[in-house]
Design a protein around this ligand. Structure first.
Ligand code: ATP
Ligand code: MG
Length: 434
């Protein structure tokens, strides 16, 4: 027998038993973003390679070694998007959404990076994000952070913490860059291989080193916050003041620099200790220079990206998914006459109760076989239509689990079924009481 094909390494199937927690997270995200007045932007999964090179930066992990880049049949270099911001800026410029106006945008979708797969880190993964354009003041940085804070509240997360920092203006960053190069050059013998390579290309990234041997050297490095320009300092104070007022706790981490080049001023990460090494669930900040860098006009911008795969691990680990998808009822239809009547009945119930989750038996089968399927389906009740029921215009309701509204099997007139359905779709099922 031929070997069955497998998915590409690092690319995941999300199976039906996991899909409920995914839907819980995504539904919550969509509602939340819409509630703050943000609107969805969907961009293609494939973009010109140039877009990511010019935005994310040549000396970043993503562009250096993680992109899925290929030539299409015309010989154009294309890349599967590794993140969402570049595509939003590209689309915003192309459709005139950015210049001289304010925009609040969200997205959800698949991203691709060729990294070493491990728990919480995959080659195909999902991000949700928001982006704001045209607002330069720290109120929007605070709003962006508050949206993430509310997301965790809605999902029920405990133990997530916020770290913030300011990278200052581009000029301040350049000055700090020089100071850092001097500092690290004078300790060249202590630099690991990665840091040697970054020393002149991207010295700020050395601060982000995960190598324990580099810890002391990084700790004693000059402090970024000492090199901030006055405007950035004021901006940062404005942000902190607003976070304080809103009751959002944070920790200032002057070593936080982020792995993408386009940030300036505010950067932040939300981190949990419950996922091991892959603890950052959300990262973002301000990127006022990016639109211009990509050929547009100067446009202030601020946003974040959330790793949904990591949220899903947290939701499962902390048992937070309350939304259940098990059927309210499984419709048993014994015999052809019952099946004909049953399918019509099911459609009329669905007309009346769009929230009703009704799983209709498929493929006929004996009464016993159908009841077994009903049980396996996790439905709360079986609705039974047999020959007797059809002849007398009845339907039999059989509770399939404990602690339900109705505890004993009973037969009722089909015309009374509406009242029963109304009750079970408006009260929580046993599963939902959880
Ligand atoms: P890391 O340091 O973990 O590699 P990053 O700085 O590369 O993260 P960003 O580009 O800021 O991450 O992406 C935002 C969020 O997307 C991350 O905080 C993380 O939650 C998620 N994420 C990034 N890469 C992956 C991946 N390969 N698999 C799953 N989630 C990811
Ligand atoms: Mg990364």
């Amino acid at each position: 027998m031929a070997k069955t094909l497998q998915s590409v390494r690092g690319m995941r199937d999300i199976l039906p038993e996991q899909s409920s927690s995914w839907q819980f997270i995504e539904d919550t995200a969509r509602k939340l973003f819409n509630s703050y007045g943000y609107r969805e932007l969907r961009t293609p999964i494939i973009e010109p390679t140039e877009l990511f090179k010019r935005s994310i930066g040549d000396a970043t992990d993503i562009v250096e070694k993680e992109m899925y880049t290929f030539e299409d049949r015309n010989g154009d270099s294309l890349t599967l998007r590794p993140e969402g911001t570049a595509g939003c800026v590209r689309a915003g410029m192309q459709h005139g959404l950015l210049h001289n106006q304010q925009q609040r945008i969200w997205y959800i979708g698949a991203m691709f990076r060729h990294e070493r797969p491990q728990k919480g880190r995959y080659r195909g993964f999902y991000q949700a994000g928001i982006e704001t354009y045209g607002i330069a003041t720290p109120d929007i940085d605070a709003e962006v952070i508050a949206i993430a804070a509310r997301f965790w509240k809605l999902l029920g997360f405990k133990n997530v913490r916020l770290e913030i920092n300011s990278l200052g203006s581009n000029e301040a960053r350049q000055a700090y860059r020089q100071v850092l190069i001097e500092y690290f050059s004078s300790h060249q013998d202590q630099l690991d291989e990665d840091s040697q390579r970054r020393l002149h290309k991207n010295p700020l990234r050395i601060l982000d080193s995960k190598n324990p041997k580099m810890k002391a050297l990084v700790r004693n490095a000059p402090d970024l916050l000492d090199y901030l320009d006055n405007e950035s300092r004021e901006h940062f104070e404005g942000l902190k003041q607003r976070l304080d007022k809103m009751g959002i706790a944070y920790h200032v981490n002057s070593r936080l620099v982020r792995g993408i080049d386009y940030y300036n001023r505010t950067v932040f990460e939300w981190i949990t200790d419950d996922l091991g090494a892959q603890g950052t669930i959300c990262a973002g900040g301000r990127y006022d220079g990016l639109v211009k860098q990509l050929g547009g006009r100067e446009t202030p911008a601020c946003g974040f990206g959330i790793g949904l795969d990591r949220l899903q691990l947290l939701v499962e680990e902390q048992g937070l998914d309350q939304s259940k998808h098990n059927p309210h009822v499984y419709l048993v239809m014994a015999g052809e006459k019952a099946e004909l009547a049953g399918m019509a009945l099911a459609e009329s119930l669905r007309d009346q109760y769009p929230e009703l989750r009704l799983l209709a038996n498929g493929g006929a089968g004996s009464f016993k076989a159908q009841l077994k399927r009903a049980d396996n389906s996790q439905a709360d009740y079986a609705l039974i239509l047999g020959e007797n029921e059809i002849n007398d215009n009845l339907v039999t309701i059989k509770p399939l689990r404990k602690n339900l509204e109705m505890t004993e099997q009973q037969s009722i007139a089909q015309s009374d079924l509406k009242d029963f359905i109304k009750k079970i779709v408006s009260t929580l099922g046993t599963h939902d009481k959880g």
